[in-house]
Design a protein around this ligand. Structure first.
Ligand SMILES: Cc1cc2nc3c(=O)[nH]c(=O)nc-3n(C[C@H](O)[C@H](O)[C@H](O)COP(=O)(O)OP(=O)(O)OC[C@H]3O[C@@H](n4cnc5c(N)ncnc54)[C@H](O)[C@@H]3O)c2cc1C
Length: 558
């Protein structure tokens, strides 16, 4: 080790993503000297949150009330329990974190963020509309609050606070420092050993060189692991893939940058922390291969409105409640049973214009750039620029004036010969007959009518029900959907102070590992998996904010 590179501090934060930045800001606010280490370069400051849409789960907010949504802590608790489906002894801390997080989301979260300058788009979105059961998975009401400025808008106050502390000498940011080991003495974590990686000029989000130019040991009385999840490491995702979701897909696209490698979780486990619920993960079934990739195998998630007809690779329509945007993992499980890694949306130009949005800050230049004029385009109609670019360049899209040509295109993009025009026509005509009446028995069409009673959906999200084969609504569009890896729901087990817990001893109690804390996705967003088996959306950034704040404050106490 190069002795000149040895510094001391009170708190070391591993990871300069959202959770790490919140933890660092809080610890420095409490007067502690903080070192933040990150394996990436300065250009990737903020980690995944930079790329995110900035959607936040809030309960009973002024934005909801203004849109006529009546929400409550009680209703949110019911939805959370139905989604999480906690059922394991390891769920002790996740359950407690879930309760604390719900209190936060229904309580001070909005005021705290508002005080830091964060603002929200006034139309609240309705993500994960659920599995059709009152006490099952999903949001009973719209709760997804998109931040004005998207992910960068969520990050901004925390980046600012950390940089201000850095100017004042309380925070030191060490980029291209990759933690390879947690230093322990007498069972306590006392610091980190880092490999210093060669400088990089790679653009934000791109994979960077792993060439090592030196190493350094850093010591502190507390180490906060905020290193993110495993979604960028497909080998690890496949290894952890739960049997309840069928076999792991052989083809997936990556919804996260390569730095989301999961490596630090193993390093924390070697130092005594306990990883729980590693088989719980949140991957999407509406992934597009990015025609203009930032990272390798870059996938973009469609944030689907509910009108597209969803077909498996062989052209069978998915059964209720597997409609676009209703039940992510239920749909994933169903699709894994079809024997194919992809499925299809079939829709009309009218639906694409009203309903298609893409997740990610760079796919929403109006909201990210706080550009009101551009934003008005969402109400005026026409496909947004980034969606239009996918329609023109995306390898997963087929656009055709008539069904025969559409099916030809689908057989070119997907596995050849799987689909016939007669088969697809029968499915679409059956569905189309159900929109002729103001009533009917097609569950998806019934949902569309119900959801359009919500002003936000009617305004910018749900097209008026119409026949898919109506030429006036065309051209027809088919989109091949890939499985896209994103979030890790399990993680390092932590108590309500963000302290990492060791495996239970003979008396069944897992005791805190002295000096070791975890936050953000590395901690399953709190407790080792506060969302249980499913997610209500907007809960990831929120979980980073909440667990980062808890861990930063607790680490500052020593
Ligand atoms: C496109 C996209 C859209 C999203 N949209 C939303 C949304 O709208 N709402 C929502 O709630 N969530 C959303 N998410 C999820 C959310 O952004 C992430 O879950 C969250 O930002 C994770 O933050 P984190 O700080 O825990 O980890 P990360 O952002 O992954 O940061 C971890 C950091 O640790 C560093 N690191 C890892 N290992 C080491 C090591 N050994 N040594 C040193 N450094 C290390 C990494 O380089 C990285 O900078 C989205 C994610 C993406 C990618």
């Amino acid at each position: 080790m190069d002795a000149r590179n040895s510094f001391d501090s009170d708190v070391i934060v591993v990871g300069a993503g959202l959770a790490g930045l919140v933890a660092a800001a809080e610890a420095a606010d409490a007067g502690r000297r903080v070192i933040v280490v990150d394996q990436e370069g300065e250009q990737s400051l903020g980690g995944q949150a930079f790329w995110s849409l900035g959607g936040l789960f809030l309960v009973d907010s002024p934005e909801q009330r203004r849109m006529g949504v009546r929400d409550s802590r009680e209703l949110a608790g019911q939805d959370w329990a139905g989604s999480a489906q906690f059922d394991r002894p390891e769920d002790h801390w996740p359950r407690r974190w879930a309760e604390a997080y719900l209190d936060f989301a229904a309580g001070e979260k909005r005021a705290w963020l508002h005080g830091l300058g964060v603002r929200f788009f006034p139309v609240v979105s309705w993500a994960e509309r659920g599995d059709g059961r009152a006490d099952g998975h999903g949001n009973s009401v719209p709760r997804f609050h998109v931040t004005w400025g998207t992910g960068p808008g969520v990050l901004e106050p925390f980046v600012r606070r950390v940089l201000d502390h850095a100017d004042a000498g309380r925070v030191r940011l060490l980029f291209r420092h990759r933690v390879d080991e947690l230093l322990t003495e007498g069972g306590a974590v006392v610091g980190v050993r880092c490999a210093v990686l060669e400088p990089t000029t790679a653009r934000r989000g791109a994979a960077t060189s792993r060439a090592v130019t030196g190493d350094v040991e850093l010591r502190a009385s507390a180490v906060v692991v905020a290193s993110g999840g495993i979604g960028g490491n497909h080998e690890l995702v496949r290894r952890m893939w739960p049997a309840r979701l069928g076999t792991p897909p052989s083809t997936m696209v990556a919804g996260v940058p390569a730095h989301v490698d999961g490596r630090m979780l193993g390093i924390a486990a070697e130092a005594g922390g306990r990883m729980i619920n590693g088989d719980r993960m949140w991957h999407y079934v509406e992934g597009l291969r990015n025609w203009d990739p930032v990272w390798e195998n870059h996938g973009i998630r469609i944030l689907p409105g509910p009108s597209s007809v969803w077909l498996d690779a062989t052209g069978r329509r998915l059964p209720p409640p597997y409609f676009p945007g209703f039940d992510t993992l239920g749909t994933l499980k169903h699709l894994r049973g079809t024997g194919y890694d992809y499925s299809w949306f079939v829709l009309t130009q009218r639906i694409v214009e009203k309903e298609f949005a893409l997740s990610g800050s760079e796919q929403n230049p109006d909201l990210t750039g706080k550009d009101v004029r551009l934003l008005l385009g969402r109400v005026r109609g026409g496909a947004p620029g980034p969606v239009d670019a996918f329609l023109r360049h995306g390898e997963d899209f087929v656009v055709a004036p008539a069904l025969g040509e559409l099916v030809e295109g689908m057989n070119r993009v997907g596995e050849p010969g799987l689909l016939t025009e007669a088969g697809l026509r029968a499915v679409l005509e059956a569905r189309d007959r159900e929109v002729e009446n103001p009533f009917g028995k097609d569950a998806q069409v019934m949902f569309l009518r119900g959801h359009r009673r919500y002003r936000g959906d009617r305004l910018i999200r749900v097209a008026a029900p119409h026949r898919i084969l109506d030429p006036a609504a065309g051209p027809l569009i088919a989109v091949r959907l890939n499985i896209l890896t994103r979030k890790t729901l399990g993680g390092l087990e932590t108590d309500l102070s963000g302290r990492c817990l060791a495996a239970p001893d003979a008396s069944g109690v897992g005791r805190p590992v002295p000096g070791l804390f975890a936050a953000g996705e590395a901690a399953g967003f709190g407790g080792g998996g506060l969302m249980g088996y499913n997610a209500l959306e907007g809960t990831f950034l929120g979980g980073c904010l909440f667990s980062g704040r808890v861990a930063g404050r607790a680490a500052a106490m020593g």
